[in-house]
Design a protein around this ligand. Structure first.
Ligand SMILES: Cc1ncc(COP(=O)(O)O)c(C=O)c1O
Length: 417
């Protein structure tokens, strides 16, 4: 199916986004036709969702891996915050910052190894605010000449959409971050050509891929390059106090880069955060990042819940939650050990699992058959994944019961066999 502009009927817009839209329209149509698009949830009970049409399903689609979203202490904290602040304070944070937001940033800094932290409404909006400032060379911790961006092909869509912004500051080179020889070569070439190389990737990607950050840091040291890492899926579920995959390594060389985390996933609340080396960097961000200075703060009731979640992250309870999650993940891995289809990230530390189907149609049919039997997994299709790498994505939670996990795996083995 092709795209046509209203003002120029008959003319097809020819740009990267129009091509992307037009090449995935058919998949979306099939997804909706199979009943897998935009299901309307009426209520929830743990991991069971009551749909508007009367069906009850067990969802393996939400990425709140540790199950904090339904912790009564977070819910109560959100209610208290609502009583205290009402729904919002619609004022730029360059003028008034609510004390709870400052408190949250202090707690996140403790979680994130003492780095300087500021919160945004989401990780996506943190990218919008931070990437241009980083690329422009105005963050004081990072001194560079003209930048060259070494962008992992798998980096999240919220980064990829800012490619044109990056291109206005320097050349963007696409790379597969797993090919460490290619990474080294790109870094050395950029340096030889007089650029400062900046590697951009996800720490744990949305399909669970684990970036080789530990191996890349010495390479970056040798060329005086930097890392910009989105650790939306690693935060909370991995590392000491839940500091995530990226910070677990970057904290040893805190001046080598920037990490963005999301509070919308395992952390169980709402928002995103930028993690930078010093408060001098924060000062620039808080004055000039558009999605900070000219946009609202994270929703205040959820800031209250975030403070509660942060305190749990700094207590011994976090380890218990991580252990519970890992027990469920191990159960899924064991149950799918004999699965005839390839299982993504099986037995790895990544929190994400998936069953690789290949074609879009096979994946949609597979996920629709699972839904028919009362379970929801996500059909991850192009362009979220490469073409012909369509995957039934499974998000496990610490809140799933043994019976729910075994139930899903029985269906998967049945359909795959
Ligand atoms: C790797 C990655 N980064 C960022 C995001 C977006 O996070 P947020 O909801 O905080 O914008 C996602 C969401 O799925 C993601 O998978």
């Amino acid at each position: 199916m092709s795209m046509r502009t209203k003002s120029n009927p008959g003319l097809e817009p020819d740009n990267w986004l129009a091509r992307r839209v037009s090449s995935s329209i058919e998949q979306f149509r099939q997804l909706e036709h199979a009943g897998l698009g935009a299901l309307v949830a009426e209520s929830r009970d743990g991991k069971t969702i009551q749909l508007e049409d009367g069906r009850r399903i067990v969802e393996f689609a939400s990425c709140c891996y540790l199950g904090f979203e339904s912790d009564p202490r977070l819910v109560e904290a959100a209610k208290l915050s609502l009583d205290r602040w009402a729904t919002q304070l619609a004022c730029a944070r360059t003028r008034i910052v609510v004390q709870d937001v400052v408190r949250l940033e202090q707690l996140l800094s403790q979680i994130l190894g003492g780095m300087a932290v500021t919160v945004f409404q989401s990780a996506s909006l943190a990218h919008v605010g931070i990437l241009p400032l980083f690329a422009a060379g105005v963050l004081p911790s990072f001194s560079f000449r003209s930048p060259q961006f070494i962008l992992d092909r798998k980096a999240h869509a919220s980064i990829q959409v800012l490619r044109a912004v990056l291109e206005s500051f320097g050349r963007v080179v696409n790379i597969n971050i797993d090919d460490l020889n290619a990474v080294e070569e790109s870094l050395q070439r950029a340096r030889r050509d007089g650029h400062t190389p900046i590697v951009i990737c996800d720490g744990i990607g949305s399909m669970g891929h684990i970036a080789p950050i530990e191996a890349m840091l010495p390479m970056l040291d040798r060329v005086d390059g930097y890392l910009y890492c989105d650790d939306a899926h690693g935060f909370s579920v991995l590392g000491e106090h839940g500091q995530g995959h990226a910070m677990s390594h970057l904290k040893k060389s805190p001046h080598r880069g920037i990490v963005i985390v999301s509070l919308n996933k395992s952390f169980g609340t709402n928002g995103g955060a930028a993690v930078v080396p010093t408060t001098n960097d924060l000062q620039v961000i808080q004055r000039y990042a558009t999605s900070y200075a000219f946009s609202g703060s994270p929703a205040l009731p959820l800031v209250g819940a975030s403070i509660e979640s942060a305190m749990l992250h700094l207590s011994s309870e976090l380890c218990d939650r991580q252990a519970l999650f890992n027990r469920n993940l191990a159960l899924l891995d064991r149950e799918l050990d004999e699965c005839p289809l390839p299982v993504l990230n099986q037995f790895s530390t990544s929190p994400v699992r998936g069953v690789l189907l290949g074609s879009e149609k096979q994946c949609i049919d597979f996920c629709a058959a699972i839904l028919h039997r009362g379970y929801l997994v996500t059909a991850a299709l192009y362009p979220t994944v490469e073409r012909d790498a369509a995957t039934a994505r499974i998000a496990i939670s610490a809140n799933h019961t043994h019976g729910q996990i075994v139930g899903l795996c029985n269906i998967i083995r049945d359909l795959a066999g």
